[in-house]
Design a protein around this ligand. Structure first.
Ligand code: UD1
Ligand code: CA
Length: 457
């Protein structure tokens, strides 16, 4: 099968410099969703018709299996499909999709394609309570589809028809080529209508069949930011429902956003206001507190991420406890039962089992062993202004509060650093190391007293 995706339109009502089909839904361009769905049907040719912002659109979705046809002027949907014809296999049917209709399900399209087979004309239609603006499906006395009439060209009686053309059609390609070559633009919009090919098919004795989507929202398009926001909510609600059906506890399905792929084990709980981006996996029994942002990360079984955490390219081990207010940056790998507390930032560091940094710390470019305690206010000074250096903290180390570890530096197994230490040389194993000015008390010292002001009355 050939698939043609129409994506040349400007999207004037978006009031944006970004081409309409590149506006993001769930963090990805509308057109990327359509291409993904198209791919699940394994087309032999996949052609995107570009026009407005053609270069940006092509750059955004370029892939080895995607070809582009340029429609320099938008003269109508029929004209758009015509531009793709040289890139299609005439022996296979062609399915036409829209770059601004992102939520059509693959099984709906498969049903339409199945109904049309190799030599019928298939149209995806729906019944609408208010069909205003859409092309109407005109059927003959026997109930067969005779033609499609656009809103602007329709008579009063035709406008009363509630079955509409979603725009998604499939038909034999060699015939389509013939029909398109006969199109005229003598209609209310002065456009070459793809929909006029239906009449041609009927005249040619080609049977026209219809299929219906599982849900109306599958056929909704985006013409404005209002519609974009509506489709975003629909999509997010669908994803939340999928999680709930799979057994995930989502405290409020209206307050979760998944911009990518979230997979979960059993007995996972997600509190309100969380955003998941890229690929995120939550193992069995994970609990995510409210208002966390988690991107491209894995959370081990039984781990808890408390409120207001930000994780990116991080791995949390089993039974970990993160947050509230923790930030795990790329390259964070935490072992089992690691605790990262409030206002702690970890970057490009491995922290082994049972270690803790519970308050106000920065751990960057560090290798931390097991059962290490990193006191409040501790930081790794990993950056000398030019290069990054590593800090190594071996097993069973205790780092006193407010210490600075000036990398490259190593703290040997079992060492203790006194509070306030600025460590610039290796700390030996099992001993107390500290750098601290000696504490003194000045006997007889008196607090200054406030002087009376001069020259005021
Ligand atoms: C079209 C259908 C109408 C259907 C409706 C569903 C025609 C003549 N009408 O109408 O029956 O009910 O979709 O939404 O087909 N495009 C191009 N190049 C062009 C014109 C359009 O790429 O020259 C693209 C647009 O960017 C858009 C899609 O095709 O993604 C549909 O075009 P639009 O002008 O919105 O068609 P409608 O008038 O809504
Ligand atoms: Ca439209």
């Amino acid at each position: 099968m050939n698939i043609v995706i129409l994506a040349a339109g400007m999207g004037k009502r978006m009031h944006s410099d970004l081409p309409k089909v590149l506006h993001p839904l769930a963090g990805r361009p509308l057109l990327a969703h359509v291409i993904d769905t198209a791919r699940t049907l394994s087309p032999t040719r996949l052609v995107v018709v570009v026009g407005h912002g053609a270069e940006r659109v092509q750059a955004a979705v370029a892939a080895p299996d995607v070809a582009f046809a340029l429609q320099a002027q938008q003269l109508g949907t029929g004209h758009a499909v015509m531009q793709a014809l040289p890139l299609l296999d005439p022996a296979q049917p062609t399915l036409v999709l829209y770059g601004d209709v992102p939520l059509t399900r693959a099984d709906t399209l498969a049903r339409l394609v199945e109904a049309a087979g190799q030599d019928r004309f298939g149209i995806l239609t729906v019944e609408m309570d208010d069909p205003t603006g859409y092309g109407r499906i005109v059927r003959d006395a026997a109930g067969s589809i005779a033609r499609i009439v656009e809103q602007k060209d329709a008579s009063e009686a035709e406008r009363a028809i509630r079955e509409i053309n979603t725009g998604i059609v499939v038909c034999p390609t060699a015939k389509l080529t013939e029909w398109l070559s006969t199109l005229r633009n003598d209609n209310a919009q002065g456009e070459y209508y793809l929909t006029d090919t239906v009449e041609r098919a009927v005249a040619d004795g080609v049977e026209v069949v219809s299929a219906q989507p599982g849900a109306l929202w599958e056929t909704l398009g985006v013409n404005s930011k209002v519609q974009l926001a509506e489709l975003e909510r629909l999509h997010q609600r669908n994803q939340a429902m999928r999680l709930l059906e799979a057994g995930v506890t989502v405290l409020d399905p209206a307050r979760i956003d998944i911009r990518g792929e979230l997979t979960c084990g059993r007995d996972v709980t997600i509190d309100v206001g969380c955003v998941f981006e890229g690929r995120v996996h939550l193992e069995d029994g994970v609990q995510i507190g409210p208002h966390c942002v988690i991107r491209d990360s894995r959370i081990g079984s039984g781990a808890r991420v408390l409120a207001f955490c930000h994780l990116e390219q991080a791995q949390v081990g089993a039974d970990g406890r993160i947050g509230p207010y923790a930030r795990l940056r790329p390259g964070t790998e935490l072992g089992e039962d690691v605790h990262i507390g409030n206002f702690v930032e970890v970057k490009n560091s491995q922290i082994a089992a049972h270690s803790k940094a519970n308050h106000l710390a920065y751990v960057g470019d560090a290798t931390v062993g097991s059962r290490v305690n990193i006191g409040a206010g501790t930081i790794t000074c990993n950056y000398d202004g030019v290069n990054k250096h590593r800090t190594v903290i071996e097993d069973d180390v205790f780092i006193g509060s407010d210490s600075q570890l000036v990398a490259p530096v190593t703290v040997r197994r079992g060492a203790t650093l006194g509070a306030g230490t600025t460590l610039t040389k290796e700390a030996p194993a099992d001993q107390l190391t500290l750098s601290r000015a000696k504490q003194t008390t000045i006997p007889g010292w008196q607090r200054p007293v406030k002087q009376p002001r001069q020259g005021t009355k």
